[in-house]
Design a protein around this ligand. Structure first.
Ligand SMILES: C[S@@+](CC[C@H](N)C(=O)[O-])C[C@H]1O[C@@H](n2cnc3c(N)ncnc32)[C@H](O)[C@@H]1O
Length: 266
């Protein structure tokens, strides 16, 4: 496969800005467990790749960097997912999060959309290697720019690990809201390193539900290490008091579920 084995030095600098926001020992520990995961299952997810090296760089698009291996299970409890839920990873890269979603949750379908054909091919190979172990048997990986991709009418959990910003992000949010209006349903957004949170909240249709904070010596560093969960409201629900009451009950349920699972993990 025509794919660069090494990352260029200039882009490494950018990636290190983000990588550098956690203490070294933690970064080494999570990197080591990701490498072990890749080795154990014969998959390839633990790399940083700038889009320049893949020939798909464009303003607003961010490069490939995998989400921390065990983090999805810390932000989304198994009890919050049912067999009716459909998970969509926007900017799915080599498929790290797609694999985690399909391995650990009873999703009806797990979908990834990725702008780089080379990364998407790697994700397809990864899913094939783990196919026998997946709890969710329906995994779909689409090679497309997110703005040319029809958001599935049943997508209920939308995951973003800072895949793009600026106009691309605004346009994506508009299309997501259009999808919810056309096919009314409950949608949650899980957004890691939520640089464009202001754009989400400015729609008046999205409210913040919870935050999983990372290491935080400063506010900016804290944000880049955080994963936030939001709820998308139907256009018809404009009463802030109803929304707040519902959000509070979701937060309470989520806390309880994650605490129970944390205890069981120990
Ligand atoms: C930070 S990585 C996240 C990878 C994966 N979701 C994970 O968490 O492990 C962001 C990904 O978004 C992809 N991306 C950037 N712009 C995109 C676009 N317009 N459409 C689809 N994917 C895009 C990049 O190629 C990259 O693989």
């Amino acid at each position: 496969m025509n794919y660069p084995a090494k990352v260029g030095a200039a882009s490494l600098q950018n990636l290190e800005l983000v990588r550098g926001t956690r203490p070294l020992h933690r970064r080494m520990r999570s990197r080591a467990s990701a490498i072990l995961f890749d080795r154990r299952y014969g998959v390839r997810t633990e790399e940083d790749v700038p889009l320049e090296d893949l020939g798909v760089a464009a303003p607003g698009r961010n490069g490939y960097m995998p989400y921390r291996l065990r983090l999805l299970r810390r932000v989304l409890s198994q009890q919050e997912v049912t067999e009716r839920d459909v998970f969509l990873d926007v900017g799915s890269g080599m498929g790290r999060v797609v694999l985690q979603a399909a391995l650990h949750y009873p999703f009806r379908r797990v979908i990834g959309v990725e702008v780089s054909r080379q990364l998407n091919d790697i994700a397809v190979a990864n899913v094939c290697r783990l196919r026998g172990k997946l709890r969710c048997r329906s995994v779909v990986l689409v090679h497309a720019d997110v703005l040319d991709f029809d958001i599935p009418a049943d997508a209920s959990i939308v995951f973003l690990f800072n895949p793009f910003s600026g106009v691309v992000f605004s346009r994506f949010v508009e299309r997501l809201l259009e999808s919810v209006d056309r096919h009314p349903r409950e949608v949650r957004i899980i957004y890691a390193d939520p640089k464009e949170e202001a754009t989400l909240l400015a729609t008046g249709r999205v409210s913040h539900v919870s935050t999983r904070r990372g290491w935080r010596p400063t506010a900016g560093w804290s944000r880049s290490n955080s994963t936030r969960t939001y709820r998308v409201w139907p256009a018809s629900c404009s009463d802030a008091r109803v929304r707040n009451a519902m959000d509070r009950s979701v937060v309470a349920m989520q806390r309880q579920a994650l605490a129970t699972e944390d205890k069981a993990d120990r």
